[in-house]
Design a protein around this ligand. Structure first.
Ligand code: ADP
Ligand code: MG
Length: 714
């Protein structure tokens, strides 16, 4: 029996392990069990220390190192009580994955015994070796010093494994020279920028009670699960997270029977474990459902302040990755694991809120009368229009290239969907002032036993990369595997710039001069309405129309990244103290490098599979055919396979050449372009022949688990 068939046989015998855990550990009992949250802080910290820490967490005062030792002692006692033996500074370097190095609490006493020690310095500062993380040239290999600094705003948590517990401290990561080497620092800086400018606007509106404005994030996370026994037989899934080969399954997603379908017991068992684990970690997991493609699923948490929500999204992905094998599943977070069916993204629901609980993007019932809402809305429209190219660049990488600007939505053109009600208000504003809002109604279903439904004032649009949904925007174009810090940073700083422009203008008006405000907003709308689009973002007409409007349409990473090197970008990031020119240049450099490395790994992997798995299978099949004699049918098949084998060998050679030539291209940018323009198409051509072979070579000889097995056998 082939390895594939053996795997399928075990899969068909899989039974979900029954556990009574859920009866004992319901959501409310376990929520936040692994987190040093407010209640735990109250229990383990003296009152004055607790109060000061809270004020820092709430952004009301800077962290005072004087309390560090006391906090460290409290959190250590808490962690020890939960069985922790180690602590770690946890951060997100520009690799895009989290990093951690564990230290034990144990300190030898010198008399053969040890005690558990953890100082304030251990808590607030760490010193990982900075030479082996990407720095984009900021650090040379021999300049190893870098620091991690405790991010007080993101709660300390425990990583609990069957064999032990590690206390985990979310941190920011800087070089010896004080430059940001991570994803967290620019995000925190951008949060402060938005907050500062937003408060200026609120003050003009007469608001004296708000101390702080921040942004919230609710990232919906799409992912695939496939059986692990099958996935591990595919070097491409193991090494690149996506299938580099694979003929379409005879059945794909066309019956539309997966989306919101009833969830298979094995998957539901995973999801239930996942939710429980996330609740323990204080991640407010809320929704779970089947997504459109077979084998595709989604989870969404309740929204949180952006820096915490971004950390939590890393925790969500890590927890999925950790739990999937316990259910015999492989977790695929790649943007496009399978050709021909939907890929995965992240939908970042985003809003601005005040510390006294007001959502600044809530239109209320009469948006046309809600001047403050319109001021914030128009500022977002301006920010997204002026910096559409940067937003596009912030989500550009090799994986997301398979979704954006390719066969799948949302398109690479950044536009905003407002929905009919707000679009109408904004159009009125463009003409001078807004005097009415379309009303929402109720839906009568024509059945006495069914309730009438209250209707939203606007429909939704799934094809828009940036859509208004009720009281928040949804940035729908982010890749499924991407950390969300960077796109949210770019969005924040783009909006901060608009808010600043508006605040500057408002401060030249008398408070309460709403006519003056309307004039300013009207002008801003007129200058930026080109970014508004209500129609079908997938359509050809939109691409033509967007070109006419002059909207950027950067189809791939190599088209998108140059925007970040523009003087507009440099000016924006440095004006708001989010990234210095050097820090920005480093980030861009790392993005180019990463694109080349990922593309190179994929090409090398494709070559390896083609040469050592697919070609031998095809040749073996040719042997079987020639042993079968020379009947007319056999001869025809033999001829076809023979021709495909020739084609395969040629395509392997062409890809090899292209890959070598790309390495000779010179600068990393030139190399990236060579990959985009020559290597990736050559790899596509190789795939085409290989996938055709898959449809003719004997199933018994085929070495790779097929799409129909990966997508439907679990
Ligand atoms: P859908 O798939 O219908 O868009 P989901 O329920 O899957 O909706 O996800 C919606 C996400 O938006 C959730 O994470 C939710 O917490 C988040 N969200 C709701 N209100 C806000 C808000 N004001 N700011 C940011 N995120 C929000
Ligand atoms: Mg959803």
């Amino acid at each position: 029996m082939t390895a594939r068939r053996t795997a399928i046989e075990t899969i068909s015998n899989h039974r979900v392990a029954s556990t009574q855990e859920y009866l004992e550990f319901a959501g409310a009992d376990i929520y936040g069990e692994y987190v040093f949250h407010e209640v735990a802080q109250r229990q383990y910290l003296a009152k004055p220390i607790f109060r000061r820490l809270q004020r820092t967490i709430d952004g009301l005062e800077p962290f005072d190192p004087v309390i560090a030792d006391a906090v460290a002692h409290g959190v250590k006692e808490w962690a020890l009580a939960h069985g922790a033996t180690h602590f770690t500074h946890w951060f997100v370097p520009m690799t895009g994955s989290t990093a951690e190095k564990h230290d034990s609490f144990l300190t030898p006493l010198g008399d053969g015994r040890t005690i558990a020690e953890f100082s304030g310095k251990n808590l607030i500062q760490g010193e990982p070796d900075a030479s082996s993380f990407p720095s984009g040239g900021i650090r040379a290999t021999f300049e190893a010093r870098g620091y991690t600094a405790w991010d007080v705003t993101s709660p300390i948590f425990l990583q609990v494994e069957p064999n032990g517990v590690t206390m985990t401290i979310p941190t920011a990561y800087v070089s010896f020279t004080g430059e940001a080497l991570d994803h967290k620092i620019p995000l925190l800086r951008s949060q402060e920028a938005v907050g500062r400018e937003a408060v200026r606007i609120l003050r003009w509106f007469g608001n004296t009670s708000t101390n702080r404005v921040f942004t919230n994030i609710g990232p919906e996370q799409e992912y695939f699960l496939v059986d692990r026994r099958l996935a591990e037989q595919r070097p491409d899934l193991v090494l690149t997270g996506r299938t580099l080969f694979g003929a379409p399954s005879p059945k794909g997603q066309e019956l539309e029977d997966q989306y919101f379908g009833s969830i298979r017991p094995r998957i539901l068992a995973f999801m239930m474990d996942l939710d429980r684990e996330l609740w323990r970690l204080g991640v407010p997991a809320r929704t779970r459902h089947n997504e459109v493609a077979p084998g595709q699923f989604e989870m969404a948490p309740v929204y949180e302040p952006t820096s915490v929500g971004s950390d939590h999204n890393m925790v969500v992905m890590a927890t999925m990755r950790r739990l999937a094998p316990q259910h015999g599943l492989a977790f695929l977070i790649h943007e496009k694991p399978f050709a021909g069916i939907n890929g995965s993204g992240k939908h970042n629901n985003w809003s601005m809120a005040t510390d006294d609980g007001e959502n600044l993007l809530d239109p209320g019932n009469d948006p046309h009368e809600n001047a403050q809402f319109l001021a914030f809305l128009v500022s977002v429209i301006r920010g997204v229009n002026v910096h559409a190219d940067l937003l596009r660049a912030s989500i550009a990488d090799a994986g997301n290239d398979h979704r954006l600007g390719a066969n799948e939505a949302p398109p690479a053109i950044v536009s905003i969907f407002l929905g009919s009600q707000l679009e109408d208000v904004i159009e009125q504003l463009a003409r001078g002032s807004a005097s009415a809002s379309k009303r929402s109604g109720s839906l009568e279903l024509g059945v006495t036993s069914l309730p009438s439904l209250s209707m939203d004032a606007t429909d939704r649009n799934r094809t828009s990369p940036f859509a208004f949904t009720g009281n928040k925007f949804e940035f729908r174009a982010v890749g499924s595997s991407a950390p969300i810090y960077w796109p949210q940073t770019v969005l924040n700083v783009a909006v901060a710039e608009s808010l600043k422009e508006l605040a500057d203008a408002l401060e030249g008006l008398e408070p309460g001069d709403f006519e003056g405000l309307t004039r300013i907003l009207s002008k801003t709308v007129k200058e930026n309405r080109q970014v508004l689009f209500e129609g079908n973002g997938y359509s050809e007409e939109w691409h033509a129309e967007a070109a006419k409007r002059g909207l950027p349409n950067n189809k791939s990473t190599v088209d998108a990244l140059p925007a970040l090197a523009s003087s507009k970008a440099k000016g924006l990031f440095s004006a708001f103290g989010v990234l210095s020119e050097r820090e920005l240049a480093a980030r861009v450099d790392i993005s180019w490098e990463r694109y080349v490395k990922v593309s190179n790994i994929e090409a090398a992997c494709a070559l390896d599979i083609a040469r050592t798995m697919i070609l031998p299978a095809a040749v073996r099949y040719l042997g079987e055919l020639s042993a079968a004699g020379a009947g007319k049918g056999v001869a025809a098949v033999s001829k076809r396979v023979g021709a495909l084998v020739d084609g395969l060998v040629d395509a392997i050679e062409a890809l090899e050449h292209a890959q070598h030539a790309a390495h000779e291209a010179g600068s990393v940018e030139a190399e990236a372009r060579a990959f985009a323009e020559v290597v990736i198409p050559a790899q596509g051509a190789l795939r085409e022949v290989a996938d055709e072979l898959e449809t003719v070579v004997s199933d018994e000889l085929w070495p790779l688990p097929k799409y129909r097995e990966l997508l439907f056998a679990y």
